[in-house]
Design a binder for this molecule. Sequence first.
Ligand code: APR
Length: 263
Amino acid sequence: MAGRRDMEESIETVAGFIVRSRRIVVFTGAGASTESGIADFRSPGGIWDKYDPEDFYFQKFLANEQSREKYWHMSTELYESLKKAKPNPVHLAIAELEKLDKLDCIITQNIDGLHQKAGNSREKVIELHGTALSVSCLSCMRKYDRDEVQDRIRKGVKVPRCDDCGGLLKPDTISFGQAMPERETNEAYKRSLNSDLFIVVGSSLVVQPAAYMPINAKQGGAKLVIINRDPTPHDEYADVIINGPAGETMARILEKVRDKIKD
Ligand code: APR
């Protein structure tokens, strides 16, 4: 069956790339966490099927109390699924890449902290879209633990405010319309450009500037691998495309890498 053989060959090729590379960047999107039970955004039944992305715009959050109430209601629901999530074979494979001293860094669009939970070092994880695990005051920047703020919501607070200055509290995620984190974005550009192998796992590659990173890597001379269930707008630039389940694919690639390193 052609599909299976092609898949096998592609997995073999990617494992070969990994063994021969020294500055590997792995770029992950929500598709890397769906096998941990966290819905992605654009698959059927994903988050943007359930919620209107308009309601998540930063300007809306700032505009009025009612929008903030709606935001915190939705964000609380999403956080519940995220809290229960465990790393899946995608995260474990990427953590193993670091153990094999093959990983330069992870650039993730995900806010679930699963790369760190899987064992990757914090300093190797660039969270382009922030994290849902902490909360900040938009006025004085005081940081809060997410669970502490969720407790207030559980006790009936609809729009949590800062204990120090009364400012608005918001999860440390980057909403549409909110400025990208400067340090992380610059670092991600630099590491993509400097990589010799750039592996995309589970992203539709439609949100900028994140989706530009693979192109950046290609321009820097890296090999580009895209592992994603569905096609992406950047497929034409890829050296290898694997349209299949990310968990099984990544696990099989690492199996091949281990065999090759042993020989
Ligand atoms: N295996 C392989 N691919 C998968 C799997 C899986 N188990 N599950 C989902 N996918 C693929 C889907 O085919 C889809 O193309 O992952 C991709 C996920 O795409 P999106 O839902 O668009 O997620 P992402 O690319 O991370 O979105 C980028 O958009 O809404 C914003 O801030 C949000 O960070 C997010 C950004």
